[in-house]
Ligand binder design. Structure first.
Ligand SMILES: Cc1ncc(COP(=O)(O)O)c(C=O)c1O
Length: 460
């Protein structure tokens, strides 16, 4: 038997045991990586499994930001739960094909079971809602725009944007995820169709500005098809006013999409769920399991209030696929992907293993560590320039404001220390350092270490 799987498990376990001791990141040099690849991988002769696995693992340890490290305070990349890793492994071993129900009925039903359960937590109507797993939040947002166009402009499916009279526009705040810019390009809406609405004093979608823009566009003969509210913005974790945005959408017959790619996980926490109030009014929701639900990439989810819209958007008939099965989900006619891996198994295993209360504990634990981070930064003289109820902080410092140092210099020093990984953002016209609690293994001691590192970097 090929021994590469046991070798990969052996090396993976070793890595998990000592990842905490590794630098969170090291220098990155494309020349060194390419030279190593040239020298080691001519592919001319077979390579023994142990040697191959050790070499690849070494590259991943030396030449990557260790996103699973408890002192990685970067983007929404979690330390995956072991159940999620097992889920990926089982999905790879069994490799079921989820395009059609009849090829992988158990797998499709497990995914639908977990999606139905989550749809219920979002407050969507179980009987009429449709949902599927995606590669990530970008694909889910893409699906939302396609669904909105299909639902609001019946001639779009047949004639495309060039063959209809309407000039569709979509709306989101200046802090929304930029996937929508690419989506406007990819769908043929054009980048100019995206209306970027300013933020209010709390960095949320400004409702007055949205109202004015919707009315002005209607008066100018445009057709507002969709408004996106973000529940947990990428930079600052801000939650847009969901209920009020829903009401405006209703008034203008616009599709209401909630991008809860990161923040959506809060619905599983009794303490945080009220932050998501209004999400139940969404026509569609993006929520990524590979963010705050702590599973491996890529596991996005798309929820649609009315599954008939998905049926209409992705309908297709072929002679070479097995026939469809009545009363079940055949993913290739309800979603963008065709051949599809068993994405949902990792979330299924994690939820089944931990239970809802276990998940609530993890999410609330991370939120509490985020509260501690907020407080420690404040005590150390850092100034918050955004206020999120979720575990992400964006800060500046009096020394930065006075021009004695800069965000870039502080960032460089923190990253060079290898002790923690943070990022920088621009909120309005202010640069800030951003630290997000994204690992369920981050402790209060890790927060102390981060703040010490930031203090040393800003002082030096
Ligand atoms: C709010 C939001 N939406 C969408 C996305 C895109 O998700 P993905 O990177 O999984 O495509 C992100 C990514 O960080 C995000 O923060």
């Amino acid at each position: 038997m090929n021994d590469i799987i046991p070798e990969a498990l052996r090396r993976g376990e070793e890595y998990l045991d000592r990842v905490n001791e590794l630098p969170v990141s090291r220098g990155q040099d494309p020349t060194a990586i390419r030279q190593h690849l040239e020298q080691t991988y001519s592919f001319a002769a077979p390579m023994p499994a142990a040697e191959l696995v050790d070499d690849v693992a070494g590259m991943l340890e030396d030449w990557a930001v260790q996103t699973i490290h408890p002192r990685y305070f970067g983007y929404f990349n979690p330390t995956p739960l072991p159940e999620a890793v097992a889920g990926d492994l089982m999905a790879a071993i069994y490799n079921p094909q989820l395009a059609v129900w009849s090829h992988g009925p158990a797998a499709v039903e497990m995914e639908q079971h977990v999606l139905r359960w989550l749809a219920g937590r979002f407050g969507l109507p179980g009987a009429t809602c449709g949902a599927h797993f995606t590669s990530g939040g970008s694909e889910a947002n893409f699906t939302a725009v396609l669904a909105a166009l299909t639902s609001r402009l019946p001639a779009y499916a047949r004639h495309g944007l060039g063959g209809i009279d309407e000039k569709p526009t979509i709306y989101h705040s200046a802090a929304a995820h930029d996937s929508f810019t690419k989506i406007c390009h990819m769908t043929g809406l054009g980048r100019d169709a995206l209306r970027v609405v300013p933020l209010d004093g709390h960095m949320r979608l400004d409702l007055d500005a949205l109202r004015e823009r919707l009315e002005a566009d209607r008066d100018a003969g445009e057709t507002p098809v969709m408004v996106v509210a973000t529940a947990g913005t990428t930079a600052a974790g801000i939650i847009d006013p969901l209920e009020e945005t829903a009401a405006l959408c209703r008034k203008h017959s616009a599709w209401f999409h909630v991008d809860a790619a990161w923040g959506g996980a809060a619905v599983l926490s009794p303490r945080l769920e009220q932050l998501m109030r209004g999400i139940e009014m969404a026509d569609s929701i993006t929520c990524d399991a590979h963010k705050w639900l702590n599973v491996t990439m890529g596991a996005g989810m798309f929820f649609c209030r009315d599954k008939r819209v998905l049926d209409e958007t992705f309908r297709v008939s072929t002679d070479y696929m097995p026939g469809l099965t009545a009363g079940v989900v055949d993913n290739f006619v309800t979603s963008a992907q065709w051949s599809r891996r068993f994405i949902g198994l990792k979330l299924f295993l994690a939820l089944a293993s931990r239970g809802e209360s276990g998940f609530a504990e993890i999410i609330e634990g991370q939120a509490a560590v985020g509260d501690y981070l907020r407080q420690r930064l404040e005590e150390a003289g850092w100034v918050h320039i955004s206020r999120s109820p979720l575990p992400v902080c964006c800060v500046t410092h009096p020394r930065i404001e006075a021009g004695e140092t800069s965000v870039d210099k502080v960032l460089e020093k923190v990253l060079a220390s290898g002790q923690a990984w943070i990022s920088k953002v621009k909120l309005g016209d202010r640069a800030a350092l951003r630290a997000c609690v994204t690992s369920c293994l981050t402790t209060l001691e890790d927060i102390d270490a981060l703040v010490d590192e930031m203090d040393a970097a800003v002082a030096g």
